[in-house]
Design a protein around this ligand. Structure first.
Ligand code: MTE
Ligand code: MO
Length: 202
């Protein structure tokens, strides 16, 4: 049996052929996909940290790099199998910035205005990357290049494209889709798609 037919997909997901799948989903929901040349890209890392950091492309490429092969799951039900991502493990950035004890959450800002947040504790796994290559090629602008976060076990709205700012914060703020009713925990293995809280809570 082929490897792909044995692979276990999370509940409610169906595989699609390629991550280059215009027409199925259009990223850059807030504005047109930004096209950022690597040499013009900067990443600001700040908030409750001992060492705030501002990185350009050259500095980014000097950080430790790893490759992981993982499936990629959108909350709308499609999955792209076997993505080979290369990038900086998020925990390498954590080691450099040294978040303070009270920094429990991480807030991501993107060049298109998109935002999301994750618990710091969910970002230290070996397969959580600031990715700049997919399948051996530089990450295309339409896939979030030059650099996007990859969190394979959460729905893809927790994998922000065109990342430009990372803040370590004490209190959680909900990101773009989380504010609009999607689950903040977003665990693909638990079919955890919709926020459990009522949107009518006010
Ligand atoms: N900056 C930014 N990141 C984003 C989004 C977005 O609109 N803007 N969309 C999210 C959603 S819902 C999905 S499914 C994936 C799409 O990534 P892909 O086009 O590489 O498959 O990016 C996620 N990250
Ligand atoms: Mo998505």
């Amino acid at each position: 049996m082929a490897e792909s037919s044995q692979r276990k997909l999370p509940p409610g997901q169906r595989p699609i052929g390629s991550i280059l799948r215009w027409g199925i989903d259009h990223p850059g929901i807030i504005q047109e996909n930004p096209v950022i040349r690597p040499e013009n890209w900067t990443l600001t890392v700040d908030g409750e940290v001992e060492t705030a950091i501002k990185l350009g492309w050259r500095e980014f490429l000097q950080l430790p790099m790893v490759e992981v092969v993982r499936d990629f799951h959108c909350v709308e039900g499609w999955s792209v199998l076997g993505c080979r991502w290369k990038g900086v493990p998020f925990k390498a950035l954590v080691e450099r910035a040294k978040p303070r004890e009270e920094a429990k959450h991480v807030w991501f800002e993107c060049a298109d205005g998109y935002t999301t947040s994750l618990e710091l504790g969910d970002l230290i796994g070996d397969d959580i990357l600031l990715a700049y290559q997919l399948n051996g090629e530089p990450l295309l602008p339409e896939l979030g290049g030059p650099v996007r976060l990859i969190v394979p076990d959460k729905y893809a709205y927790k994998s922000p494209m065109w990342v430009t700012g990372i803040s370590f914060v004490k209190t959680k703020e909900l990101g773009y889709w989380e504010e609009r009713g999607y689950s903040d925990t977003a665990d693909v293995w638990k079919d955890d798609r919709r926020a459990k809280r009522s949107i009518l809570r006010f």
